[in-house]
Design a binder for this molecule. Structure first.
Ligand code: NAD
Ligand code: G6P
Ligand code: MN
Length: 431
């Protein structure tokens, strides 16, 4: 029987995770779940925790839900540590989105300077969590969702001995979008993914083993927008899709259609607010619902968040490790020569065989020039961000932002960086 620790347990997403464990109860026998949060999240933790207890009870399962602010107590002897925390909370996210916009740069919580700021705040905490795991449960798997997921997972792998795997709901959502476009069940679709978290491409797409990539490209530009709730659903540029000849992920809009996305972001932030401001309201509504003692399931309103299907990814991954399934899932994993165009020690997002020893990536080799450059420069940005985040290295930080494709010059990079450092002082012990 398994012990699961969830760091950031007060998240409004937690009911979806609990639902996932309930659905998989026969495959994944869980005896206790520890939901961990910090002082500021205490009230949320209490509300979500009580809902989780009602859900488990309604399902007739014997899973003990423990709520705690003591991380070590939760990690001690855990089999899986799931990380889904947000250092600084939603207000820090809103600042991340607003600072770049002041300089006419995309303001996004994971992509560009916003994601960079989130990484700097998160890196010291993930390193502490890894220390706790090394000390208290060295055999545990760290399943990281905390964004920027690729960067945070790479930090854990480079700077600890912890067995870390990174997850994102984008790949399963892409599979689901394609399945819908084809009018078939998700199981019949296979996509060969390669790239980085929030910068992943579907190189080839198959339906029942038949390559449908070209056919799909035509559909992509017409009826299907294929986006996530948190990303403006701007229609794909038809010539882009034609010339690319593969499936972009929703986040690619920020790179390939930066001008239009920036206009749209500015328009939205002036009307309904940034995505973080919208989420703040959605969350308040969700927690009101969660408080209802009659509620004992995940409410449909949670679908307004961008994280849909995240527990599907988490629970499938855990099940395949526990049951040594040897099936294929998309995971953020150490490159190790899978993509020859990237260093060996960096994290990539790609298809992996999952068994009791973890995730084994399927070889990709070299990628086409049209995606290689963007992937390499964003990876270099990520490597520099980790250097900056671990060592408090200003020069690495400035280079990270300077080379990022969404930042036009080192002058703007410096202004944004100094702004980020000033506004996040309380969360950046390394600087
Ligand atoms: P949230 O603001 O609700 O944060 C979750 C909880 O983390 C909060 O209750 C907060 O108090 C807590 N927290 C903050 N610092 C902590 C710490 N040091 N230790 C323990 N808990 C701490 O955020 P959310 O919207 O639920 O998202 C949570 C995280 O998951 C974010 O990092 C988000 O980017 C990420 N996320 C990732 C994916 C993915 O695809 N990888 C999907 C959804 C969410
Ligand atoms: C997508 C991404 C996640 C991200 C989420 C944001 O699902 O894959 O990594 O955290 O969107 O959604 P939100 O509702 O918080 O804007
Ligand atoms: Mn994601």
């Amino acid at each position: 029987k398994l012990k699961i620790a969830v760091i950031g347990g007060g998240s409004s997403y937690t009911p979806e995770l609990i639902e996932g464990f309930i659905k998989k109860a026969t495959e994944v026998p869980v005896s206790e779940i520890y939901l961990v949060d910090v002082e500021q999240g205490k009230e949320k933790l209490e509300i979500v925790g009580n809902l989780a207890r009602r859900m488990v009870e309604k399902a007739g399962l014997d899973i003990k839900i423990n709520l705690t602010l003591e991380r070590k107590e939760a990690i001690d002897g855990a089999d899986f540590v799931i990380t889904q925390f947000r250092v600084g909370g939603i207000d820090a996210r809103i600042r991340d989105e607003k600072i770049p916009l002041k300089y006419n740069v995309i303001g996004q919580e994971t992509t560009g300077p916003g994601g960079f700021a989130k990484a700097l705040r998160t890196i010291p905490v993930i390193l502490e969590i890894c220390k706790d795991i090394e000390e208290l449960s060295p055999n545990a798997w760290l399943i990281n969702f905390t964004n920027p997921s690729g960067i945070i997972t790479e930090t854990a792998l480079k700077h600890s001995k912890v067995k870390a795997l990174g997850l994102c709901n984008v790949p399963v959502n892409m599979i689901s979008h394609v399945a819908k476009a084809c009018g078939v069940e998700m199981e019949r679709i296979y996509i060969q993914f390669a790239g980085l978290n929030h910068l992943v491409w579907g190189l080839r797409v198959y339906l029942d083993g038949e390559d449908i990539t070209e056919k799909l490209m035509e559909q992509l530009t017409s009826e299907e927008n294929m986006t996530m709730k948190n990303i403006p659903a701007l229609e794909w540029d038809k010539d882009l899709i034609k010339s690319l000849g593969m499936l972009p992920c929703p986040y690619h809009r920020y790179y390939y259609m930066m001008d239009k996305m920036l206009e749209e972001e500015k328009r939205q932030s002036a009307s309904e607010g940034t995505r973080g401001e919208v989420v703040k309201k959605v969350e308040q509504e969700l927690f009101e619902l969660y408080k209802n003692p009659e509620l004992a399931e995940k409410p449909p309103q949670l679908e307004r968040r961008g994280g849909a299907l995240y527990s599907y990814a988490a629970c499938n991954l855990i099940s395949s490790i526990v049951n040594n399934k040897k099936d294929i899932q998309v995971v953020n994993v150490k490159n190790n020569g899978t993509i020859l165009d990237l260093p060996e020690n960096v994290v990539i997002e790609t298809n992996c065989v999952i068994d009791k020893d973890g995730a084994h990536p399927l070889s990709i080799g070299r990628v086409p020039a049209r995606i290689r450059g963007l992937m390499q420069v964003v990876k270099a940005y990520e490597e520099l961000t980790i250097e900056a985040g671990v060592n408090g290295d200003y020069n690495a930080a400035l280079q990270a932002l300077t080379i990022h494709p969404l930042v036009p010059s080192t002058g703007i990079a410096k202004k944004i960086l100094d702004n980020i450092l000033a506004e996040n002082r309380d969360y950046l012990p390394q600087f």
